[in-house]
Structure formats: C-alpha cells, structure tokens
Write a protein of this length. Sequence first.
Length: 192
Amino acid sequence: MGIKHVRFQCHHCGHCCTDVICCPTPFDVCQIVKATHLSPQKFLKFIEPEEIEGVNKSDPTWLKINNKKYLMTLKRTKKGCFFRDTKKGICKIYEHRPLLCRLFPFKLRQTRTGKVHSFSLHKDVGCPKHRDGIVFTDKLKNIWEEDQKHQEDYQDLVAFFNSQGKKGKKPFDFIGLFVVIINNKKNKSNNP
Ligand code: SF4
Ligand code: SF4
C-alpha cells in the first residue's frame, strides 16, 4: 500500500495491451482522434456483456438499445489492442493513450469521503508486478482525478443516449454525441 509511492516497475511484458480490453472514455476517444486523425469507427468496437469480464452489469457506462447492452472499447485484433505495435511491442499512441492505460496496474484506495488515500497494485489483472522501481502516487492521483471527471461526463452522455427513444438507434450513434466527423470531400465539393 503506497501513500507516497508504490514499488513497481513495468517490464513491458505486453500483457495489459494484449489480454486486457481497454474501455476508453469519450475524452480519451477525442484525444486519439485529434492525435491520429482516425475516424472512431476505425478503432472502436461496441461489445456485449458476454464479451468482457470484470465490468458490472449495472455499470453506468453500458449503452442500452432494445434490451441489449453495449460497452465502448478499443478494437482488438488477434494480437491485442488495435494500437499495439506488434513488431516493436509498444503502444503506437503512447502519448495519447487512454487514462485507464496510464493507471494500469494500480488500484486506488479511497478515504471515507471519497478522496485518494493510497495506491497499491491490482491483484487480479495478470501483471507480473515487478517491485524493482518506484512510482510516486501524486502522479497517479492526478491521473485518477482527471479520469474521474471524464467518467462523470461519460455517464451523463450515456444517460442521455439511453433516454433517447430514436428509432433504429445503433451503438455507434453514441459517438455522434461527442465527435463530429466532417466529410472533407463533400465539404470541398459544396464550397466553391
Ligand atoms: S491504447 Fe496503447 S497502452 Fe492502451 S491498451 Fe492499447 S496499446 Fe496498450
Ligand atoms: S502487464 Fe504490467 S509489466 Fe506487463 S506491460 Fe503491463 S504494466 Fe508492464
């Protein structure tokens, strides 16, 4: 348990980018779009409850459409996350990776009033948890607090999406609530 620091060093085994499904927030998605100019359809996938473990069925980030539930995740290939460079074994969007990727494999312990108390290493996430380094918790605290704000915004967007009774609604319509895709070709032809 670390109040000021946690003994940990990543040995780049790749487990978290190959075996763990990454669930970005809309903020994370916007950061990736800005950095890569990729359309969200290229790198996102909406999955159903049976495709993921460890996410509570009552989690407020499930999109609900016609009695089905969908969760926004980063697309995966047979070799892991869409953004993993399989040859080099690194993240292709490292500087712009989701906040949850930055927090892995740390687990937060909160005070009774919901503030940050300390961090430890998650027991059941498959990380080998090498202890030959030091990570200071003030950095983790900043990331966690930033992610919390985005999680709250995410939940508000999901609640709004779920309340919309639009006919023919699809999971990818959710992205339209926070990313505007401009069709440049169409715009150019429309503008003299
Ligand atoms: S976005 Fe990068 S750090 Fe996060 S799971 Fe994918 S490859 Fe790993
Ligand atoms: S599972 Fe742990 S050691 Fe392996 S790459 Fe991820 S953080 Fe590093």
